[in-house]
Design a protein around this ligand. Structure first.
Ligand SMILES: Cc1cc2nc3c(=O)[nH]c(=O)nc-3n(C[C@H](O)[C@H](O)[C@H](O)COP(=O)(O)OP(=O)(O)OC[C@H]3O[C@@H](n4cnc5c(N)ncnc54)[C@H](O)[C@@H]3O)c2cc1C
Length: 384
């Protein structure tokens, strides 16, 4: 059993209250209308959630990855989409804090921490997701900086965000290609175009956009860490925290589905007893409960390892893989427990069922996680 400390318990209690009062009552309506949750986001800003992982000296809360995962779990239990505005936002805070120059930290982190600035990560392209090295957005040097040309796909916070960490090629001939990728802090302005909001199966209410850059000027001072061709490592390291975050979303979503299912199973009667007394339903509830607990333990164990500053790509991959597959399975089982009612838009179960697949795909697909996990396990067990 994972036991949060006193402060973590207080934080979780206040987020849970926020979710019960402000998120759950409106989630279904906003989600079905694909409407941006402006009021919820304003409330999250008030709670300081945009600065969770920004150090206090730059105006943030300076929370641990473990505490952040708890917050994400609670928010996701209410509605997975509301994690969107702080998800990749927090990843870019991490990248800037870890790899940025002191000048970049001072210029960007306070605004990001307060939520005045809203961040996103512009990595994927129409032709490059898992294989990041294939990106074709280029950054060409000019006298004082770079001109960015190309396009990005699937960029969460693309419309309401204003500050992005963007990966682009500064050396198109590098071999291997990842040695030619640099990361930049880019802001909206001339040459930054939001082409469209992508219509999605789930994760609705928050925007995921296609972006197009036409000679977007980025000053040289916005090259992260002032280091050309080191963007791949900078961004990939940032994705470790993204995996913890995605795993925690999975735990939250699975919990919501499980809670709805168990309450329904206690109330719904068939053949003169509540369905939770039928063995077939009991087996499903037991499997759901065990998997959620295991997913939670893996998630917090990975987060704690990251908090200790230890290498944790294996643990983050395991947590992301297991927690998100659990979310997908539990959402489906919850629908089965609900019978026909679960298929109706009147209940939240159908939303969990539509939201869960993104967790399997985003933050590095689960096929990729399996590759990372297997590679690390083989390393850990040398040939005898
Ligand atoms: C709603 C949403 C929000 C997103 N938000 C962002 C964002 O904010 N910023 C951002 O940069 N990106 C974002 N993404 C993009 C996301 O990270 C990618 O979709 C994801 O990395 C997969 O890339 P892809 O879609 O190009 O699939 P592909 O890479 O084309 O993969 C297709 C299939 O092949 C499999 N595959 C690929 N390579 C291998 C391999 N070596 N071995 C085995 N199987 C393999 C994959 O697992 C998958 O099943 C978002 C995506 C979605 C759907």
């Amino acid at each position: 059993m994972f036991t949060p400390d006193k402060i973590q318990q207080q934080i979780v209690a206040s987020i849970r209250q926020f979710v019960e009062r402000k998120v759950i009552p409106v989630a279904s309506r906003l989600e079905h209308n694909d409407e941006y949750p402006h009021e919820i986001v304003a409330g999250m800003k008030e709670l300081g959630l945009f600065g969770c992982n920004v150090p206090e000296e730059y105006g943030g809360l300076g929370l641990s990855y473990t505490t952040f995962a708890m917050i994400v779990e609670e928010l996701s239990r209410g509605w997975m989409s509301v994690v969107g505005p702080i998800g990749t936002h927090s990843v870019i805070c991490d990248i800037i804090n870890r790899f940025g120059t002191e000048e970049q930290r001072r210029e960007y982190l306070p605004g990001l921490a307060s939520g005045e600035r809203r961040g996103g990560l512009a990595l994927s392209e129409a032709d490059a997701g898992t294989d990041v090295q294939r990106i074709s957005t280029v950054a060409t040097r000019t006298e004082n900086g770079y001109l960015i040309n190309g396009s990005k796909m699937w960029i969460t916070n693309g419309r309401y965000g204003d500050t992005f960490v963007l990966a682009a090629k500064t050396d198109t001939k590098a071999d291997p290609p990842h040695k030619g990728i640099s990361a930049f802090i880019v802001e909206k302005g001339k040459g930054f175009n939001v082409v469209r909001d992508i219509d999605k199966l789930g994760y609705r209410g928050v925007e995921t956009c296609e972006l197009y850059f036409d000679n977007l000027f980025v000053p040289a001072k916005n090259l992260i860490g002032g280091r050309e061709n080191e963007g791949f490592k900078q961004v990939m390291t940032g994705l470790e925290s993204e995996r913890i975050n995605v795993a925690a979303r999975g735990v939250g979503l699975a919990r919501a589905a499980f809670e709805d299912a168990i309450h329904y199973a206690q109330q719904r009667h068939t053949f003169n007893k509540p369905i939770c007394e039928h063995q077939a339903i009991q087996i499903m509830l037991a499997e759901m409960g065990v998997k959620i607990e295991a997913a939670r333990l893996l998630t917090y164990s990975a987060a704690e390892k990251k908090d200790r500053g230890e290498r944790c790509d294996l643990e983050c991959g395991m947590a992301k893989l297991f927690a998100t597959e659990t979310a997908q399975e539990v959402a489906w089982q919850a629908m089965r427990v609900h019978g026909g009612a679960g298929y109706s838009k009147d209940l939240n179960v159908e939303r969990y069922y539509r939201d869960a697949p993104l967790l399997v795909i985003g933050g590095g697909t689960n096929e990729l996680q399996r590759l990372v996990i297997a590679r690390r396990l083989v390393e850990k067990y040398p040939v005898k």
